[in-house]
Write a protein that binds this ligand. Structure first.
Ligand code: NAD
Length: 419
């Protein structure tokens, strides 16, 4: 595993884990085990291309820890995918699922490929052969993939179909994030963005801030950011700024989100939106708002701009938007930072609900999905908030500590077999 642990993402994870483990006096044998993945699967994936040639891509699935239940985590198609990155992401899934009290372990997978260079047929061929190669290791009781960067509901439909064809019967529970027609869950699409706002509601309630007096800036107006903006508006928050890859828009007192959607539908990006001021993505992060929700990229709040952040709370919709150094700075300066493994957990919670519905063959209405997701998120938030207050630490450290404690207890109860 020597090469696996070398990557930045994995090293960052190890440093957070060590701090959290030290804080809860974690059993040293458990910690040693938690510092490395259980299994790293690497496969060659031959794919028939449009010109009838065959290209061979490299695929990975890292199954990090299955103490709490079947492995669960996304499947990423990106040109920068490597074993170390996938292992780091698999580790984070393990701790996210533990923190959210889900009966799931952690995994992640990926293929080193630029999905934009593949035709639809090539992407389908790649996905089906990848599923066949991973066949012995995945399944509704073993390991349940989901969409991630470069993959979507259609990719999951191909995975589900391939696995089902090879089993001889429909197996919707093998993946989550599927289209509704083949066993997907209502509310899955909006779940991460809505979860970000449920967490914001919890912050406001603990701080005695009124949601309807609260202003919010959201970086990113994709799946997470746009659903967060809608939910925030429902709560009466003033969504003063949003952005996408083309830049940001700002209107003191709040944007009309329905109007912004209409603009995007007609123009594809936010650029040129006439009812607000244009700002850059960097300026958006430094706005004088109550809540800042980075919902696009990692590393955007860092050494270079951490001193300019004016928001009272940062709620991380994206994965890893705040560096460790910036987290520390914000905490020391009284800015609350709710970490990604908590704030963007709504997606995996509803993925879990999708799996429950698939294996139970009984589907819920959207209200049941939302009410139950909110319950899970609120409980996890309380545990993290209380730990952070009691131990006077930042919420990222608190979240890792709560997640590590649950894993430690479960691992000690199950014991080591064979010895
Ligand atoms: P998306 O592709 O739907 O949207 C991304 C948004 O970011 C778009 O508005 C895009 O224009 C914008 N963007 C891209 N490059 C940018 C740049 N250089 N500067 C500013 N904005 C830029 O993606 P998403 O699903 O909304 O995911 C966003 C983040 O949330 C990612 O970090 C992802 O890993 C994380 N996340 C997503 C989910 C989910 O369920 N979708 C769950 C957990 C975490």
């Amino acid at each position: 595993m020597e090469n696996i642990v070398k990557g930045d993402l994995f090293q960052n994870f190890l440093s957070s884990l060590d701090t959290a483990a030290n804080m809860i006096s974690c059993d040293p044998n458990v910690l040693t085990r938690l510092r490395q993945p259980r299994r790293v699967i690497m496969v060659s994936v031959p794919v028939r291309m449009e010109d009838y040639s065959v290209k061979v891509f490299t695929g990975y699935r890292v199954q990090y820890n299955a103490t709490l239940g079947p492995y669960k985590g996304g499947m990423r198609y990106h040109q920068d995918v490597d074993a170390s990155e996938v292992a780091g992401l698999a580790a984070l899934m393990t701790f996210k699922n533990s923190l959210l009290n889900l009966p799931l372990g952690g995994a992640k997978g990926g293929v080193k490929v630029d999905p934009n260079l593949l035709s639809r047929t090539e992407k389908q061929n790649l996905t089906r052969r990848l599923t066949t190669e991973l066949g012995p290791f995945i399944g509704p009781t073993k390991d349940i993939p989901a969409p991630d960067m470069g993959t979507d509901a259609q990719t999951m439909a191909w995975m589900m179909d391939t696995y089902s064809q090879e089993s001889g019967f429909a197996q919707p529970g093998v993946v989550t994030g599927k289209p509704i027609e083949i066993g997907g869950s209502l509310g899955r699409n909006s779940s991460t963005g809505h979860g970000v706002i449920y967490i914001t509601e919890q912050v406001c309630s603990r701080m005695d801030w009124k949601m309807s007096d609260t202003s919010i800036a959201i970086q990113g107006y994709g799946n997470v950011g746009s659903h967060a903006a809608h939910k925030a508006t429902e709560f009466g928050c003033k969504v003063e700024a949003v952005s996408d890859v083309s830049g940001g828009i700002y209107r003191k007192g709040g944007l009309n989100i329905a109007d912004v959607d209409k603009w995007i539908e007609e123009n594809k990006t936010l650029a040129g939106y006439p009812e607000a001021d244009s700002i850059s993505n960097e300026e958006l992060l430094e706005l004088d708002v109550d809540i800042l929700a980075p919902c696009a990229l990692d590393g955007v709040i860092n050494k270079s701009n951490m001193k300019k952040i004016k928001a009272k709370a940062v709620v991380e919709g994206a994965n890893g938007p705040t560096t460790n150094e910036a987290t520390e700075y914000l905490h020391e300066n009284g800015i609350i930072c709710v970490p990604d493994i908590l704030a963007n957990g709504g997606g995996v919670v509803v993925s879990y609900f999708e799996w429950v519905q698939d294996i139970g063959n009984y589907f819920w209405d959207e209200e049941a999905v939302n009410v139950n997701m909110k319950k899970v998120m609120t409980k996890a938030f309380s545990q993290v908030w209380d730990f952070a207050q009691e131990r006077k630490v930042d919420m990222r450290t608190a979240a890792m500590a709560v997640a590590t404690r649950r894993l430690e207890r479960a691992m000690l109860l199950r014991g080591l077999y064979p010895r």
